[in-house]
Design a binder for this molecule. Structure first.
Ligand code: NAD
Length: 498
């Protein structure tokens, strides 16, 4: 049995009060054991991070950036093995796993330019002999708690930005696929980061609670499901920390009558079923506008779904692999049953799907519902599986209202050839990330990622300048260098520039 370890700045014998199993979702076999750490372990990691932080923050930003440059190269050199490891624990196909790593690396690339982003602002002559300047300084020690579905990208979003600006960082990855996060931390140290700058601790709720309460951790970045994101937000802010907590999603793809129907269907296949629907930017709801659009779309969707190949994650021809755990497979199938019970029309049923030779794997076939309505819990809640729900809308206004009123507001896409409709949609929809003829509008690394409503708690988005702002605090200096000495006068009114 493979033993996964914490990655710490101090010697640790690997013992743990508890362990978790890491499965291979392709065949249901336990492939590794992960230690589940506790508050005492975290305490030592935080102490090591604090010991390393002043020197790391004092290092000039170009030298910190050089570590990121070397790290990027090391990850690229190890791309194949990292992708295979990721795929074997998560279940996404190997090429998709490479995309997971690549999207994280793009944030690393952005952070290689960190000296430019920390330059601050300067005003000469704000008053007589007075200059004002502001700078961004690191917070100290930060922590990141990440979900199972992007075990490379999301840790890199967080730690690349946090350490580039001079923080030390403790990563607590998902206990379901923790091996790639450990490898990333190892490669970061190999790239030249001093011990203690980046560490990885494993655990479940016990470790998360220890992070949220620890007085030595200044900021927490969380990505996961909404109830837990909200809990993390409440508990961390109560402890006086800065928090960004991204939650779940239920993204809508709205299809206007004038959309290029073949391209839209092709886009929907990837966005609804890629990675078995386990993406927070997946499109699990499609909203055709008008009955004729709905009928044409449905016919093409059914045909396209018939060509989808579900396979083991190492199958180069598979479109998607298994879901992450047996419990998750059961949950997705239960949601399909709920949809039926609530009166939606099941058009394609993915339950009971088995792959010959992999009967114990956690596979779910592609599933399509039509005539889903907004009162159904199966519409309101996130399913996070290969299930596409069609909600028919009579017109543009009705379609626009659906994502706008939904409890989640992560991503949304509009398929149309009408520029005016697109412009109207962009300005009025109440969702954080919008795609126009782009099914998965995950912003590039020099913009930023964040959903609205129950998809995101806290004030700053992930990565880009938003990430830099989250991981730094502003210090503003007002200085005077008088010519010829002090006047000796006291001022008893608040100084103004009048
Ligand atoms: P999850 O909420 O179960 O777990 C996320 C993290 O929280 C893990 O590290 C886990 O160990 C920890 N955790 C789990 N239960 C906890 C508890 N009771 N108390 C404290 N911590 C706990 O999420 P997941 O299943 O790993 O990931 C899928 C979810 O993440 C989906 O809801 C998906 O939409 C969401 N997600 C959101 C984004 C985004 O940016 N908005 C991105 C990716 C995934």
């Amino acid at each position: 049995m493979r033993e996964i370890t914490h990655k710490l700045a101090f010697a640790h014998d690997g013992s743990a009060p508890r362990h978790g199993d890491v499965f291979d979702p392709n065949n249901g076999v336990v492939q590794a054991r992960v230690p589940l750490g506790d508050a005492a372990l975290l305490d030592r990691a935080v102490a090591a991070a604090h010991a390393a932080q002043p020197a790391w923050a004092a290092m000039n930003p170009q030298r910190r950036a050089r570590v990121l440059f070397r790290f990027k190269q090391l990850v690229e050199d190890n791309m194949q093995s990292l992708a295979e490891l990721l795929s074997s624990e998560h279940g996404k196909v190997v090429d998709d796993a490479k995309g997971d790593i690549q999207r994280g690396l793009e944030v690393v690339e952005f952070c290689c330019g960190i000296p430019h982003m920390l330059k601050g602002e300067y005003t000469q002559g704000a008053g007589p002999g007075i200059d004002v300047f502001s700078m961004r300084q690191p917070l100290g020690v930060g922590a990141g708690i990440t979900p199972f579905n992007f075990p490379a990208m999301i840790p890199m979003w967080m730690f690349a930005t946090a350490v580039a600006v001079g923080n030390c960082f403790i990563l607590k990855p998902s206990e379901r696929d923790p091996s790639v996060p450990v490898r990333l931390v190892e490669l970061f140290l190999e790239a030249g980061a001093p011990e203690g700058v980046l560490q990885c601790v494993h655990g479940d709720k016990e470790m998360v609670d220890a992070i949220l309460d620890h007085p030595g951790i200044a900021a927490v970045s969380f990505v996961g499901s909404s109830d837990i994101a909200h809990y993390v937000y409440r508990r961390s802010t109560e402890a006086g920390k800065r928090v960004q907590a991204m939650g779940g999603a239920k993204n809508h793809g709205i299809v206007m009558p004038d959309a290029d129907m073949d391209q839209t269907v092709a886009d929907l296949m990837g966005a609804a079923f890629g990675s078995a629907g386990e993406r927070c930017m997946a499109l699990p709801v499609v909203v055709p506008v008008g009955e004729d659009t709905a009928d044409r779309l449905r016919e093409k969707l059914v045909a396209a779904m018939g060509t989808l190949r579900v396979g083991v994650s190492t199958d180069p021809d598979a479109h998607y692999g298994p879901v992450v755990t047996a419990q998750h497979k059961q949950r997705v199938e239960q949601w399909i049953q709920t949809g039926i019970d609530e009166g939606a029309e099941l058009v394609v049923d993915g339950r009971g799907f088995t792959l010959q030779g992999h009967e114990q794997g956690y596979f779910v076939g592609p599933t399509l519902f039509d005539r889903v309505t907004t009162d159904m819990t199966a519409y309101k809640e996130e399913i996070f599986g290969p299930v596409l729900q069609m909600v028919r809308a009579a017109n543009f206004e009705e379609a626009l209202a659906l994502p706008t009123r939904h409890q989640y507001g992560n991503g949304v896409a509009l398929f149309t050839r009408n520029g005016h409709a697109a412009r109207e949609f962009v300005s009025r929809v109440q969702v954080g990330m919008v795609g126009i003829n782009v099914p998965i509008p995950v912003p590039v690394s020099y913009h930023s990622f964040g959903g609205w409503k129950r998809s995101g708690f806290g004030d700053h988005n992930q990565y880009g300048m938003e990430g830099v702002r989250f991981w730094t605090k502003v210090k503003t200096v007002t200085q005077r260098w008088p010519d010829g000495g002090a006047t000796g006068d006291s001022a008893f009114i608040i100084p103004t520039m009048g």
